[in-house]
Design a protein around this ligand. Structure first.
Ligand SMILES: Cc1cc2nc3c(=O)[nH]c(=O)nc-3n(C[C@H](O)[C@H](O)[C@H](O)COP(=O)(O)OP(=O)(O)OC[C@H]3O[C@@H](n4cnc5c(N)ncnc54)[C@H](O)[C@@H]3O)c2cc1C
Length: 587
């Protein structure tokens, strides 16, 4: 095993395989292949730093550190200002650290509906084909159907050793009073009803340690002295892939803050640099729209106009509420005071295994609500949702604590309701603006850009639902008075009439446009598809070149109604299996 960082020049100049990006999918691919094929040398080149020995990574309770303040483990993408989001700045953070999103995410474990994989319409990607890979990565602790969960995978799924039963009971009781179905296991894609309210689990061991894919797939092999075929470079970015005259991959060009160098790959290069990273590397390598590449003087290798297109996310809104909960029942109790947090760390308090998110609603509108939608929304409902009963329109999470800057609110115990669209209609895109790897790309989030304003209409409905649900909890104590533009306040000018929100949607629409943001679930920029409609085929091989694969969330052709880490892990497992099977093909 060799581990490098940019303080050592990379001595390795030739290997069999290179995995670009040691993120959620990349670590799984490298770990699985290194273990299965000891005679194949495999080199993970990761742009970010190591993720070991950092409490902000290992302790789920500190997960918001990376999203709130400055973090050495994140990259920031600035979206173009657009009228749909009132021309405001919108920044989307993405992981830049070994383990990728699995190292810095909120540890929320959810899975998509069976229909979401079926909608890929790609050989080998229907739900029945995918289920074995969904099971393969997990060791599931909790109530669930053993046919759909895994019990011997590297990633432990549990409640992290901490939950707050009193609050859970209060939420479930009021949900039952309001008529929501209780779902025993919302992560069982084969069971109906899957719409209702459920307890969520986390990517955490039963003793509260985060289960990122570097700690679960890569570090054990790097440490065991039995995998000299596995190599890792940190803080080293790949700028482009290099091809021979037959358009077969021969290696990559990468750079650290010291030097630019080439590494040869005799068998495969696998791009797992994520939804933002992978399309940019392809374009810098000459794979993309010929018009764009010509304008940037990049020689064309393969004309694939969909590279960087089809960007999707789950647009999210949040609202904060005051509660009568006790300090030990929300994150505010422990994170609101440095002294309390230090004490919790010193004593190994089980609360460190908590992310504050125990309960979620997966929701679809009622028939009466549908009847009040616009005609365009009714048509969309009929086409995309009506006949797919396990497809939620929104996810609505009850977050125990204030998720913004605590200085924006008076001290207290808060609950935030965050809702995101599971299947939005808007699309964005990301393209390089120059051939230089350090120049920022041009990025459109696409939020609220669908021509019929369907996403806006659904988010207005989501806000109303969240308000209604929150008001039904016995611990509700009014809307939070959020100071400034924290994005967690409430629409100006809304008020209650007979205990319900005023019928006028105008202020809520304005609130959504001013505050909608990313659920941090980007996908789709190098989608599976044939001909002009795709970038990779169903075996994840990039069209019209040899030896190059994409294997991260960029390959999803359509959105999946889930927090997306489980999909990235599933893609990693499936990609590793296919790459091993396809090794008999030389390039
Ligand atoms: C803050 C945050 C919170 C989230 N919360 C949740 C959650 O609670 N539950 C959930 O299910 N999902 C969550 N997600 C989403 C989930 O983590 C991601 O969907 C998933 O990690 C994406 O996996 P990936 O392999 O496609 O990309 P990533 O995991 O992002 O991996 C890409 C890797 O490539 C590296 N890279 C990029 N460019 C280059 C380059 N040029 N050269 C070398 N390396 C490069 C990056 O540093 C990164 O390590 C969250 C995401 C974030 C960012």
């Amino acid at each position: 095993m060799t581990r490098y960082d940019n303080t050592n020049a990379i001595e390795l100049t030739e290997v069999d395989m290179i995995v670009v990006g040691g993120g959620t999918s990349g670590c799984i691919i490298a770990g699985r292949i290194a273990k299965a094929q000891p005679d194949i040398s495999i080199f993970v080149i990761e742009g970010g730093l190591d993720n070991r020995h950092d409490p902000t990574i290992s302790k789920p309770i500190l997960c918001s550190t990376h999203i709130k303040g400055e973090s050495n483990f994140m990259s920031i993408y600035q979206a173009q200002r657009l009228p749909d989001t009132v021309n405001r700045d919108c920044f989307i953070k993405t992981a830049a650290v070994l383990g990728g999103g699995s190292s810095v995410n909120f540890c929320i474990y959810t899975r998509p509906s069976a229909a979401d994989f079926d909608s890929f319409n790609a050989d080998g990607w229907a739900f029945k084909d995918i289920l074995p890979f969904m099971r393969k990565f997990e060791t599931f602790h909790g109530y669930g159907n053993s046919r759909v969960h895994g019990y011997d995978g590297p990633v432990h799924i549990s409640d992290g050793g901490f939950c707050v039963p009193r609050v859970e009971s209060m939420i479930f009781e009021s949900a039952a009073r309001s008529g929501y179905d209780y779902i025993e296991d919302a992560q069982d894609p084969t069971e109906l009803p899957s719409i209702g309210v459920a307890k969520w689990r986390r990517y955490a061991s039963t003793d509260g340690v985060r289960q990122d894919t570097a700690h679960t797939y890569l570090h054990p092999l790097l440490d065991d002295n039995q995998h000299p075929n596995l190599h890792l470079a940190l803080n080293t970015k790949v700028s482009r892939v290099i091809f021979d005259k037959y358009n077969c991959v021969i290696g990559v060009e990468c750079y650290s803050d010291r030097e630019i160098l080439k590494v040869i790959a005799t068998k495969r290069v696998i791009l797992a640099a994520g939804t933002f990273g992978t399309p940019q590397i392809l374009e810098r390598s000459g794979i993309g729209s010929s018009r764009l590449l010509k304008s940037l003087a990049i020689p064309l290798v393969s004309e694939l106009s969909q590279v960087g297109e089809n960007y999707q996310d789950h647009p999210l809104i949040s609202a904060a509420y005051k509660t009568s909960l006790k300090p030990g029942e929300t994150l505010d109790g422990v994170l609101g005071s440095g002294k309390t947090l230090a004490h919790a760390i010193q004593t190994g308090d089980p609360i460190l295994g908590w992310n504050g998110v125990d309960i979620c609603f997966k929701l679809r509108p009622t028939e009466m609500e549908i009847a009040n939608f616009s005609l365009a929304m009714q048509a969309a409902w009929e086409k995309d949702f009506q006949h797919v009963p396990d497809r939620p329109v929104i996810y609505l999470a009850v977050v125990s604590g204030f998720i913004g800057d605590r200085k924006a609110v008076p001290a207290g115990q808060y609950v935030c309701i965050t809702s995101w669209l599971a299947h939005p209609y808007s699309r964005g895109k990301i393209h390089i603006a120059s051939s230089h790897a350090n120049d920022p790309p041009i990025f459109h989030s696409g939020f609220l850009s669908d021509p019929d304003n369907l996403d806006l209409e659904m988010l207005v409905w989501a806000y109303r639902k969240g308000h209604e649900i929150m008001r039904s909890f016995s611990f509700y104590d009014g809307e939070a008075d959020v100071d400034g533009a924290a994005g967690l306040g409430h629409p100006d000018g809304i008020f209650l009439e007979n205990g319900k929100l005023r019928a006028d949607n105008g202020p809520i629409q304005d609130f959504v446009r001013r505050t909608v943001t990313s659920a941090l679930h980007p996908l789709g920029t190098c989608r599976i598809g044939s001909g002009d409609l795709g970038v990779v085929n169903e075996r994840l091989a990039v069209h019209a070149v040899g030896g190059l694969r994409c294997a991260d969330l960029s390959i999803c052709p359509n959105n999946l109604g889930t927090n997306t880490a489980s999909v990235a892990m599933t893609v990693g497992e499936k990609a590793a299996a296919m790459i091993l099977e396809d090794l008999i093909v030389p390039c």
